[in-house]
Design a protein around this ligand. Structure first.
Ligand SMILES: Nc1ncnc2c1ncn2[C@@H]1O[C@H](COP(=O)(O)OP(=O)(O)OP(=O)(O)O)[C@@H](O)[C@H]1O
Ligand SMILES: [Mg+2]
Length: 307
């Protein structure tokens, strides 16, 4: 990414000194798992290329196979051309581009879309940047069967999965932007949450952080509305460990092998329930929570939410 930026900057400078600066090929391929920032970067790329004068408008038009390929004879060309027209002057991002090519079906209309795309990329190479996005392995196969496309894509950028620390940073950045703050105990709980979430099948990197935060806000709201006492600014900003641990991720994990739970805390299979069973896995005592439901602060809303 930095390399492309540097190249464009140097080309730009060369141009200003009257040195030849032929426009480099700017079509790209972004590979990586869901939620690793491909679409986000494609949008930024459009802005950057506009600022540097490589694109007229720099808008992002994001499509998938269904936006390009029709169901019947004669439908594909107008569909693809309409999309290309919208993308002209900016970036066309084709998500999961490999679905355009179906080797098992020779008469698939995807092939027609690819051919129109290639022609257009050639004819408008000065005013359109095409970015193909998707999983690395499938994209490799796609390029092997589509040398015409492979030869026109000059830059390949791999988006690695985020580490736990990076996800934590991203989440805190998102929270700060929205003026929320994790209380210290909530931070620890959220790290634990990410760790558990990362190992689940539908985990989608930064997008999962986005979704986790949305649900966290819901639980905070429910807690505040159900709580007693006046609601201060701090209460509205602060997310507690209880909010975090209310996530299903914790209870789902509890149902599977218990992780390092002291023997005394393991619920026996017998009928007698422990006298004061703590909710959730070893939830740290939360000093900040007022006894719930003494006096709902927003009674009507509280009823609506809890009723
Ligand atoms: N490096 C980052 N820092 C902060 N937020 C990020 C970062 N990368 C992605 N995000 C956020 O994560 C969410 C998903 O990102 P994005 O849509 O760009 O991923 P993607 O790779 O295109 O996913 P998909 O493969 O599913 O299309 C967005 O809300 C975006 O703002
Ligand atoms: Mg995307």
């Amino acid at each position: 990414m930095r390399e492309i930026g540097a190249l464009l900057l140097v080309d730009n400078l060369r141009g200003r000194f009257g040195l030849s600066a032929s426009r480099p090929s700017l079509h790209m391929c972004f590979t990586g798992s869901p939620g690793t920032g491909k679409t986000t970067l494609a949008a930024r790329m459009g802005e950057l290329l506009r600022e540097l004068g490589y694109l007229r408008k720099g808008q992002l038009v994001s499509v998938t196979r269904d936006d390009l390929v029709g169901q019947y004879v004669g439908h594909t060309a107008p569909k693809t051309k309409e999309v290309l027209k919208r993308a002209l002057g900016g970036v066309l991002l084709i998500d999961e581009a490999y679905y355009l090519y179906r080797p098992d079906n020779e008469r698939d209309y995807g092939q027609e879309a690819i051919e129109i795309l290639l022609q257009f990329m050639e004819a408008h190479r000065d005013d359109l940047v095409v970015i193909l996005a998707g999983y690395r392995s499938r994209m490799d196969v796609f390029f092997q069967s589509n040398p015409g496309m492979a030869s026109r894509i000059g830059h390949h950028i791999d988006f690695p999965d985020f580490s736990l620390d990076e996800l934590m940073q991203i989440a805190e950045l998102m929270l700060a932007r929205e003026q929320y703050l994790l209380a210290p105990a909530a931070r620890d709980a959220f790290r634990e949450y990410i760790g558990l979430r990362m190992s689940q099948p539908r985990f989608a990197n930064a997008r999962s952080m986005r979704n986790a935060i949305d649900r966290l806000r819901l639980r905070q709201a429910r807690r505040i509305v159900a709580g007693a006492g006046p609601i201060g600014r701090d209460d509205l900003i602060r997310l507690t460990a209880t909010d975090v641990r209310g996530s299903r991720v914790f209870s789902d994990t509890l149902a599977t092998p218990p992780v390092a739970t002291p023997p005394s805390a393991v619920r026996s299979t017998g009928p007698a329930a422990p006298p004061s069973a703590a909710p959730g896995p070893a939830a740290p005592p939360s000093a900040a929570l007022p006894p719930a439901a003494l006096r709902p602060a927003v009674p009507s809303l509280a009823t609506e939410l809890t009723g």
